[in-house]
Design a protein around this ligand. Sequence first.
Ligand code: F6R
Length: 611
Amino acid sequence: MCGIIGFTGHKNCVPHLLDALSSLEYRGYDSAGIAYSTDEGIRIIKTSGKIEALKNKIKDYETAHCNISGDCGIGHTRWATHGEPSDVNSHPHRVRDLTLVHNGIIENYAELKESLAAKGYTFLSETDTEIAAAQISLRYSETSDPIKALHKAAEDIRGSFAFGVIFDDYPHKIYAIRRDSPLVAAAADGCGMIASDITAILPHTRKYFPIPENAALVIDGDEIFFFDRFGRELDIPEEEVTWSTEDARRGGYPHFMLKEIFEEPHALRETFASKMVGNLPAINSKILSSRIGTIHIAACGTAMHAGLFAKHYIEKLAKIPVTVNIASEFRYCDPLLDGEDIVLLISQSGETADTLASLRLAKSREIRTLSLVNVAGSAIARESDEVIYTCAGPEIAVASTKAYIVQCASLYLLALDLALKRGMISAESAEKMCSSFVRDICSGISSVFDYSVTEKIDKAAEYISARRHVFYIGRGIDSHLCTEGSLKLKEISYIHSEAYAAGEMKHGTISLIEDGVPVIAIITEISTAEKMISGIREVKSRGGYVIAFVSEEIADKFEIPYDEVVSIPCPSTHAHLPIMTALQLMAYKCAVKLGLDPDKPRNLAKSVTVE
Ligand code: F6R
């Protein structure tokens, strides 16, 4: 999604803006631009395309005119929502006496546009951002005060936004305001900055100010002042990022995605350290200790798939009913929520708009909210009644890998914790289950990286990357792994794939099986292995090419009619997450074999802060 950056106080902010924009590239974007103050006024350079194109445009400008420098500037990477990716639609946008960058969506832009046009405003682009800039300019003309103008315009605007603004009257100061879109402020080395993503400020400082919802701020050199909508100054405590700059780099791996897959055992250990005491689960939550009716999970994409994993274990171990909801549906479906129910939000970024909206819906219905989030201080973390952190460390690649593994592991511990608290299992069995889970999944995932397994994954990727359609089949919890494995493959390799509960194939989809169509069959459950094998036979008799992902135990016990097998050295009970790691690695290898960049898949963004 779009990225915002702003620097003031440096002799020349332009190189800092460009470096910071490059560090936001992973979020996905289609245009980039900067604006900075000069003796002749604000200069804007922007273009559709990549940051390289912006750098070339800057070089051309330098050749034709003079070296670019300015002590105050803002920059943006745009992911088109209103209007195609083009130079004119790129940010920054300038309207009369101010220049602005924006993340988010202005829902009532058409209404605002009409009323602004009636007041004599004209527009160059098709963007909602230019309308927002004009609305702030209108309010500035009425108040002559940038902070008041930002607050008044924020009241006029419906939707989500983080704005970074330079007013012509204050060319050395950056103003900002946010609602529902991420933005932080920071100060270091005599310089002040704003960024939509902490990663962009890490080279300068690890300390930052989270900007409260609807608060406006001004940065003057390295001084930052925050104001609420009544104009009262706010005292915002500084926070510190616990991630190191190195964490946010690739560390020698060709892609972030591969690095993040290899980080899974470490991320799991961090998560276990924060959620266990001795060998027992210890989730710090008052909500989980109270009476609970139904747990409603709301999340998107991969995080929602982690919710499916959670449902399996919470219902099985703690005997609490769980519904798993796609957040973008949950918020509009008028869900049946009872006073004793809880809503559990799962989100890596903690900023996903639909998940945030589901959280707010639950709160408006006075339902208790608990979130499982990776990014500290994110909107979902701040607004939930309680938050549990997943401790996965920064996830930079767009496709979620280690965050999913750590979400599932945290949710397994949560299920055990609930079972223990409700007296469904004894402390002794909880201890046994917990320690075998920790031991098996850490060693199981590490064993996926052994050559004997990766060579099999590579062979499977070779076959799949040459095909256009793939099916994933499994039963029970394995069918949920199929859903996530299939998403991983399609999002980064652009190969069409579908996940099916194996028993459903014969009710329709099997008609698509013909010679050579790859079918990935996941088997970890001894109780349903025979049924899976009959399903595989049906596929094979229609010419399907079966690649089985199984635990070693299943491979030893059953005769599976596969064409290829990836067998994971891990006890069946806990083979699910190691198999998921193998599926992630296979998707990664497919993308690389097809010459695609797995870190930045087309049309996708890391943090989906618009609906
Ligand atoms: C897929 C992926 C997405 C996210 C989804 C929710 O690999 O990463 O499906 O899982 O956009 O994002 P978060 O977890 O940040 O709420």
